[in-house]
Design a protein around this ligand. Structure first.
Ligand code: HT7
Ligand code: ZN
Length: 873
């Protein structure tokens, strides 16, 4: 495959001002007529032909300014339409007719049908599967779209912008016209048509615009959209309050679709969602599902400004909209829920997803400089690390400086297709800051290491900092970067000590050390006692911290740090180190009793919110331990080490855990998805896991399963039964009951597939084989494919990494099958192999063989081939 390079970027030779579309939907096909009002860009070569992108298109007709074009003037290939001898500078109207088969579109890009509903997905390059077009984000146009369909098959006809006309046509058909006055790139185009139910509401913006809100679902499911609607209204109000951003159309529509490659899509005025991120009910959705809906609804809504009003010049700038919008959705959740709990969850996610990507063969900078398939760059690095870079900017510039930069960005670039340089320049211009060194974060891949050493004497604390960045698979630079290090000096009474730094090499502003050189030293003087140094508070930079700190100090910080994040980090560092050492030594030694005691005390600490307590006592997962081990990982040793740690905590804590769990129960209270109720459930279920481990029998978990009145508790109990007591009659009964009760509900059945695929028991390989023949299993639905294949390959370390390689082979075979239907989903699932080189030699060879066999297939998609080639290189 050919590489696309950032350095090859050229502005478009032709600009499109306005697009008119008439799309007639029929059973079996769609007829698309597109009129592009365009002109040659100023300064462009007058002899240059117009080259339009296509993807598997067949041209029906082509006319220029109302006259059919002589066939000698154009070449129409499935992937490109080239037209020669166009006017030098005059505007022209090009009319293109194409014919599509949405029913056979299994890739779910372009126009396709999901459970009978017509819908589109155009980001990144799906519009070219609908019509020939300059399908690049720096070509912005207004759109007028007329949809026609059978009234019964599609009573609802939606597109971007505001509704204008609608009416009946002959033969039981009808039409609707939508006008989008905001110039947009083609990737934000969307249509939806079908039989849909709707939940309606309204919102009045700060300046008085009345906005009609609607969430559309498949028939009978609109009552599951109330939380999504509530989250949408809260998002709209928050963006006004926090960023001064108002909505800009008369309607905002959200549609929930069953078959969707990603989470959701921010099409202008018509967000299309994977129904997993809309539909909720206490009996079918967990607290994590509620939080996920809130986040994704907010994320897509926030794109209206960061992505739509200001879009990206080219796909290399993807983090410009994605990193910034993730930062915005994280801040929204932090404000709506609990800030520390949200930050811990985000950091945990970053370490679980982005760190392994940054440390393996798929490494790339936040702004990549080359790609073969852009779909493979919707990654944790672009999204989550991209958000961390925006967060660092906010830390470096302070709240007022950051807001001033954002205000300038919105004012200066509204209507633009912008770059990272444009974005950073706004912050530099608004605050006077020099961000040249900070910009390296966008171009240098990898996770920097931050080494910290401290010494104390005569009332002086000397802190030495050293940053380093190893060259990884991306081969990018390793220059020192601007690392903002938030810190605190914690006294014996658990309060922060306000100490004046002695002028030194590193600049300190408030509680932030600005490390801008490879090495620096900071000195604090006049200290009456040796403080405990709490470093990198709130994870102020995406680095690996190597702090030479005694276990005593870490244990003290786990108890005392007034910064909740600091307490969590101290515990998770201590646990991580203990588990790493046990996995490397392949022993099952119990945990240090002082650490166990600290965990048990945290669980019982009344003044801490339950959600935070649940996070503090979480034992790192097997993939996290494998990442900490880093090389020659033996997943069996990892599993045993983790089980031993769970037993240590469970035995020591059983009595107090029982008391805490009993104290949390609010029987008789109606279900509420709010953050504090969810936090109580999280803690209660974490404790149930320890209590079940301590008792070594399933009775309590089974009772919890049987009595559960919501999906969070039911799922937690079922997971304990299936994972900790595999094969027991209680586990079997729970799984059967779960299946029978929810077989008809696809989102819950997905949970059942995942639950079974993640059982850390060697017999699970036969189970997943059997599940792939289950009547409700299908590779055509991405959620179902992800539930089984993704659940197994990313959620079952022990069995996926079986020593005999059968886990790898089963997964690779499924990916080969899936690739023929849906390359994007296959490629994404294939990233489960990204850390194969860090396993012990036997497994390494098995993984290499399975990947090589898959890569040897002659008919692989560009998506999957790109991932396999990079993973094997
Ligand atoms: N901006 C959206 C990206 C997306 C996407 C990309 C490739 C293929 C399918 C897709 N569906 C949605 C999602 C977002 O970040 O909001
Ligand atoms: Zn996004």
């Amino acid at each position: 495959g050919q590489k696309i390079r950032l350095s090859d970027y050229r502005p478009p030779a032709f600009l499109v001002r306005h697009v008119e579309m008439r799309i007639a939907l029929h059973d079996g096909h769609a007829a698309v007529e597109t009129t592009i009002h365009a002109r040659r860009a100023e300064g462009a070569d007058p002899a240059e032909p117009l080259v339009l992108d296509g993807d598997h298109l067949s041209l029906v007709a082509l006319a220029l300014d109302g006259t059919a074009i002589d066939p000698r003037r154009f070449d129409a290939a499935p992937d490109r339409l080239t037209i020669r001898d166009l006017p030098g500078s005059d505007a022209f109207a090009l009319r293109i007719e194409t014919r599509l088969e949405p029913e056979t579109n299994t890739e779910l890009m372009g126009l396709y049908r999901s459970n009978g509903i017509w819908c589109t997905q155009c980001e990144a390059e799906g519009f070219r599967r609908i019509t020939y077009f300059p399908d690049r984000p720096d070509v912005l146009a207004t759109y007028r779209v007329r949809l026609e369909a059978d009234h019964e098959a599609a009573p609802v006809l939606l597109s971007n912008g505001n509704p204008s006309e609608s009416g009946d046509l002959d033969g039981g058909r009808h039409f609707a016209v939508w006008d989008d006055p905001h110039p947009k790139p083609s990737y934000l185009f969307a249509l939806v048509a079908g039989r849909l139910d709707v939940l309606r509401d309204g919102f009045r913006t700060a300046s008085g615009r009345a906005v009609d809100l609607a969430v559309y679902t498949e028939p009978g499911l609109a009552d599951r959209a109330t939380y999504a609607m509530d989250a949408l209204k809260r998002s709209m109000a928050w963006d006004e309050r926090r960023f001064g951003r108002e909505y800009d159309l008369d309607v905002f529509n959200v549609v929930a679709i069953s078959d969707f490659n990603m989470g959701a899509m921010e099409n202008k005025g018509l967000n299309v969602f994977n129904h997993k991120y809309v539909l909720l009910a206490p009996d079918t959705a967990t607290d994590a599902d509620y939080a996920g809906v809130e986040t994704v609804i907010a994320h897509e809504y926030f794109h209206n400004w960061t992505g739509n009003r200001i879009t990206c010049r080219d796909w290399f700038q993807l983090c410009l909209k994605e990193g910034l919008t993730v930062y915005r959705d994280q801040e929204f959740s932090a404000d709506e829920r609990a800030r520390t709990v949200k930050r811990i969850a985000s950091v945990h996610g970053l370490k679980a997803q982005q760190f392994p990507e940054d440390q393996g063969p798929l490494q790339h900078p936040v702004r990549p400089t080359q790609y073969r398939e852009i779909n493979n760059f919707y990654t944790a690095t672009v999204y989550e690390k991209g958000a961390e870079l925006v967060r660092m900017l906010a830390t470096i510039l302070g709240e007022a400086g950051f807001r001033a930069g954002m205000d300038l960005y919105f004012a200066r670039h509204d209507g633009d297709a912008a770059t990272i340089e444009d974005f950073l320049r706004c912050f530099a211009d608004a605050t006077g800051a020099d961000l040249a060194q900070f910009a390296l974060w966008y171009d240098q891949a990898g996770t920097p290491e931050l080494e910290v050493q401290e010494s104390f004497g005569d009332g002086r604390l000397t802190v030495s900092l050293r940053q380093s960045l190893a060259k990884g698979a991306a081969g990018t630079g390793t220059e020192p970067m601007h690392i903002p290090v938030r810190f605190g000096l914690v006294g014996a009474d658990g309060a922060d000590i306000a100490a004046e730094p002695v002028a030194g090499a590193a600049e300190i502003e408030g509680d932030v050390i600005h490390l801008v050189t490879a090495e620096a030293e900071v000195v604090f003087d006049g200290l009456a006692e040796r403080p405990r140094l709490s470093m990198l508070r709130d994870f102020s930079a995406p680095v690996t911290l190597r702090h030479e700190q005694s276990r005593e100090d870490k244990l003290a910080l786990a108890r005392l740090d007034p910064n909740g994040f600091g307490r969590w980090r101290a515990l998770s560092d201590l646990l991580g180190e203990a588990l790493r050492a046990a996995a490397v030594a392949a022993d099952e030694a119990p945990l240090d009793p002082r650490l166990v005691e600290a965990l048990v005390e945290c669980a019982a600490e009344e003044r801490l919110e339950p959600a935070l307590r649940a996070q503090m006592i979480a034992i790192p997962g097997e993939s996290e331990i494998a990442r900490l081990v880093g090389a020659n990982v033996d997943p069996e040793a990892v599993h045993r080490a983790r089980e031993a740690a769970i037993r240590s905590v469970a035995r020591a804590g059983a009595e107090r855990f029982r008391a805490v769990r009993d104290g949390l129960s609010r029987s008789g209270e109606p279900f509420s998805p709010d953050a504090s109720s969810a936090g109580r459930r999280a803690l209660g279920n974490a404790l149930l896991m320890f209590l079940s481990a301590a008792a070594a029998e399933p009775a309590e978990a089974f009772a919890a399963f049987r009595d559960a009145d919501n999906m969070t508790d039911r799922m937690a109990a079922a997971t304990i039964l299936a994972h900790r007591f595999p094969g027991s009659s209680e586990a079997e009964e729970a799984l059967d009951r779960f299946h029978d009760a929810f077989e008809a509900d696809p989102l819950v059945l997905d949970k059942w597939f995942t639950l079974r695929a993640t059982v850390p028991d060697p017999a699970t390989l036969d189970v997943v084989r059997e599940l792939s023949r289950h009547p409700k299993f299908t590779l055509a639905n991405p959620n179902r494919a992800r539930a089984l294949i993704g659940g197994f390959a990313t959620g079952n370390q022990r069995v996926f990494h079986r020593a005999d390689g059968e886990g790898y082979r089963w997964t690779a075979d499924r990916l080969g099958e899936l690739d023929r239907l849906n390359p994007q989903t296959a490629a994404r699932l294939a990233t489960a192999f990204r850390s194969w080189r860090s396993y012990e030699a036997g497994r390494r060879e098995q993984a290499r063989a399975a990947l090589s066999t898959l890569a040897a297939r002659p008919d692989l998609s560009r998506d999957l081939r790109d991932i396999l080639d990079r993973t094997l290189s």
